[in-house]
Design a protein around this ligand. Structure first.
Ligand code: ZN
Length: 254
């Protein structure tokens, strides 16, 4: 049996059979992988702490050529990110992050830049977890770039009019913003004002640890995040279930 060493974050876990769990991992070496962790729900399992949401661990994985799932046999916690898990606000932010990664990334496609971005995002949340929305929006923008769907925010993707001072509509599958002349109708949520475009551009250009310096009113910040997440959902053609939960438990304080 060939054991593959991999370093990664845990994105999702669910119970399976009597004492097992199935986990989604995001690893440097293998990209996103699904693995079974046998016996991990037994009281004395040594693997339990390594498969907490967003714990970063080194794993030992193996897989039969015919199998769908990897088997996770050993793990060593590298960073438990326990600071992030003490607070309900950051936990729910992590769930959005996990959902974004699980839904957008293809299986076993390594993407070291995404891995680094994820590490930087967790670092930023650790510093400024009380204001997670600008950090999540910045992550979403940078993540789209890395996935090969950079969001055009400077000029209309149709007529190339510079959008400075104008409203626009973000249209997935067209690569970003269209001016109102080129796109008179479109999803309400994806209509953006000049100020939205400017803040999105700023968030994308700042290093992750600086995303929080852009001060936004809570309702503005919430709407910008929801706009971006809807753009991502329409781009990847999948629903992010964590968003609905987030809205339910995190009412906006304005
Ligand atoms: Zn146009």
């Amino acid at each position: 049996m060939n054991f593959i060493p991999a370093r990664g974050f845990v994105l999702e876990t669910r119970n399976f059979a009597e004492t097992d769990k199935i986990v989604q991992l995001y690893t440097v070496q293998l990209g996103r992988v699904k693995a079974i962790v046998k016996g991990v729900r037994k009281p004395k399992s040594k693997l339990a702490s390594a498969i907490d949401l967003f714990t970063e661990s080194s794993f030992s994985l193996h897989k039969k050529p015919s199998a769908d799932l990897y088997v996770l046999t050993q793990a060593k916690v590298l960073n438990g990110h326990s600071d992030l898990k003490k607070d309900f606000k950051t936990i729910t932010a992590l769930q959005i992050l996990a959902d974004l990664l699980v839904q957008s990334l293809h299986d076993t496609e390594p993407h070291p830049e995404v891995y680094s971005l994820l590490g930087e995002t967790l670092g930023a949340l650790k510093e400024k977890g009380d204001e997670p929305e600008s950090i999540l929006t910045a992550f979403g923008l940078k993540f789209l770039d890395l996935l090969g769907y950079p969001l055009e925010l400077n000029q209309c993707v149709e007529c190339e009019t510079i959008l400075r001072g104008k409203k626009a509509i973000l249209i997935p599958h067209r690569g970003g913003a269209l001016c109102e002349d080129c796109c008179p109708s479109g999803p309400t949520r994806l209509r953006v004002k000049q100020v939205d475009l400017e803040v999105l551009k700023k968030l994308r250009s700042l290093p992750m640890e600086k995303a929080h310096v852009i001060k936004m009113k809570p309702l503005f910040s919430r709407n910008l995040l929801l706009t971006l997440l809807e753009y991502v959902e329409r781009t990847i053609e999948k629903k992010l279930r964590a968003v609905e939960y987030y809205l339910k438990v995190m009412p906006v304080e304005d």
